[in-house]
Design a protein around this ligand. Structure first.
Ligand SMILES: Nc1ncnc2c1ncn2[C@@H]1O[C@H](COP(=O)(O)OP(=O)(O)OP(=O)(O)O)[C@@H](O)[C@H]1O
Ligand SMILES: Nc1ccn([C@@H]2O[C@H](COP(=O)(O)O)[C@@H](O)[C@H]2O)c(=O)n1
Length: 222
């Protein structure tokens, strides 16, 4: 907690305060909530290769959520030729975490564009800065946090076999991503755990068995 990057958070928060577009978007989301259209958000966390994307597809199919993958949104931003593209590409290739204001703006735009009332947000918040800036700018608390718990050996094995042409699915970057997960993402999960908000799934099992456990959680959701 004390190793938080307060500088980054303050910059992101002051960006939100100084940028009228960001403020308008925040207002719209809050009005949606207040106007009887409550936006439900579930954060889906777990190490790289734990099976988040695979299970999110199942959740979309069976439970009607919109799936927003922070990593996918960042990759789309690179491919769009945006001015931030090269910087995002470098960070992803190094297995590091993109500044929160960039990722949150992409999520914010996708939520507004999605027009749905329930979203699963996959791979976010990835560090304390992501969490604090999201809370400050978007002000929506997740219903709960779904945590896919998987051994490092299994995650590494899966990523090396994924074969989707991702620039970060090589052994060097995979090891960096695993280290970042332990150092930066696990503390976020521990934070939500301390608030009783984490639903942990054993993600080492075969995908259909993992989905049985996921299904039980979503079926019993209020
Ligand atoms: N339970 C499972 N058992 C075996 N393989 C799995 C399982 N779940 C997913 N996979 C496979 O492992 C690879 C990684 O899965 P997936 O892309 O869903 O992980 P992820 O957590 O979204 O990864 P990342 O964070 O890197 O995007 C894929 O090739 C997928 O088909
Ligand atoms: N909140 C996030 C999410 C992702 N990233 C970067 O994207 C990479 C790929 O993410 P996946 O969830 O698709 O595995 C990840 O390693 C980060 O570099 C991010 O910065 N912030």
């Amino acid at each position: 907690m004390f190793s938080l990057n307060h500088g980054g958070i303050l910059v992101a928060m002051s960006t939100a305060m100084d940028d009228p577009d960001v403020l308008t978007e925040k207002k719209d989301i809050n009005e949606n909530m207040l106007g009887g259209k409550k936006v439900k958000i579930i954060f889906v966390l777990g190490g790289p290769g734990s099976g988040k994307g695979t299970q999110c597809s199942n959740i979309v199919e069976h439970f009607g959520f919109i799936h927003l993958s922070a990593g996918e949104l960042l990759r789309a931003e690179i491919n769009s030729g945006s001015e931030n593209g090269t910087m995002i590409d470098t960070i992803i290739t190094e297995g590091k975490i993109v500044p929160s204001e960039i990722t949150i703006k992409l999520l914010q735009e996708a939520i507004i564009k999605g027009g749905n009332d329930k979203y699963i947000i996959d791979g976010f918040p990835r560090n304390e800065e992501n969490r604090v800036v999201f809370e400050s700018v978007i002000s929506i608390s997740p219903e709960f946090v779904l945590f896919f718990d998987c051994s490092e050996e299994e995650m590494e094995r899966r990523l090396l076999g994924r074969n989707q042409g991702r620039s970060d699915d090589n052994i060097e970057t995979i090891r960096k991503r695993l280290k970042v997960f332990v150092e930066s993402s696990l503390p976020v999960i521990e934070y939500y755990e301390s608030k009783g908000m984490v639903k942990k799934i054993d993600a080492t099992k075969p995908a259909p068995e993992v989905f049985e456990d996921v299904k039980a959680i979503f079926t019993h959701m209020a």
